[in-house]
Write a protein that binds this ligand. Structure first.
Ligand SMILES: [Zn+2]
Ligand SMILES: [Zn+2]
Ligand SMILES: [Zn+2]
Length: 234
């Protein structure tokens, strides 16, 4: 964790007011900023969740998401795949209070065939599984697994219009990597040199090309995601 700290900015942009805010104060800022900048209103009272999602081992990658109670864990799964994870259509699951909820994309697929615990269907509304302050987990790909930590950092009642996909309230700036070889800004990660993206396996385009000629390597473009440098993600 230490070695990653300086790659990540200490501030992030709040999508509601456009201001830069200290990452450490984001939860508090977003709660009060939402009061000053209310969401589009709908017809009926509902529960609105603010979720913080981050890499379990790489917490510098984070998302603050707003979701309404009409949405399901499947909606969240699909969104996380789109913004952070999807490479080859791997399986995924949420782990909430010791229960496993796996995405229902392949209905006849049973994880217990693979020695995994019997799973619940993630086509379940958030209001049925989330509570204030609840911390839970998520895994994408059971081989080269990307583990995420999630927490319900905000929960309120309101007349917000139902959302179709999560609203990104804040996201970490892309981390700034420098080439292991020459110190110029890095854009490529060699996935054969270790798991994920770290100071030790990132290169500028020129050094990456040289390396590709000389050595066996598996270069991917660096992405702003905890799955950067894993499997085929770029
Ligand atoms: Zn704000
Ligand atoms: Zn993959
Ligand atoms: Zn270089």
């Amino acid at each position: 964790m230490d070695k990653e700290q300086n790659q990540f900015s200490e501030t992030a942009v709040c999508a509601l007011c456009g201001e830069r805010v200290k990452v450490k104060g984001l939860t508090r800022h977003l709660a009060s900023c939402r009061e000053a900048h209310p969401a589009k209103q709908g017809k009926r009272e509902r529960t609105i969740f603010t979720l913080k999602v981050c890499g379990r081992c790489e917490p510098g990658y984070f998302l603050y998401l707003e979701m309404t109670d009409n949405m399901t864990l499947d909606d969240l799964d699909g969104f996380l795949r789109g913004i952070w994870l999807e490479c080859c259509g791997h399986l995924s699951q949420f782990i909430i209070g010791g229960e496993y909820y796996s995405a229902s994309t392949e209905d006849d697929f049973d994880l217990s065939d693979f020695g995994m615990p019997e799973n619940k269907d993630s086509n379940v509304e958030l209001g049925k599984v989330l509570t204030k302050g609840l911390a839970f987990g998520y895994e994408y790909d059971f081989g080269s697994t990307t583990e995420l930590s999630l927490k319900v950092v905000g929960m309120r009642q309101g007349r917000d219009a139902p959302l179709k996909e999560p609203v990104v309230l804040a996201r970490n700036d892309p981390p700034e990597w420098v080439c292991t070889n020459c110190g110029k800004p890095a854009v490529r990660v060699d996935s054969m040199m270790g798991y994920g993206t770290s100071k030790d396996n990132v290169f500028c385009a020129t050094c990456a090309r040289k390396r590709e000629k000389a050595d066996e390597c598996g270069f991917l473009n660096i992405a702003n995601s905890p799955r950067s440098g894993v499997c085929a993600y770029e």
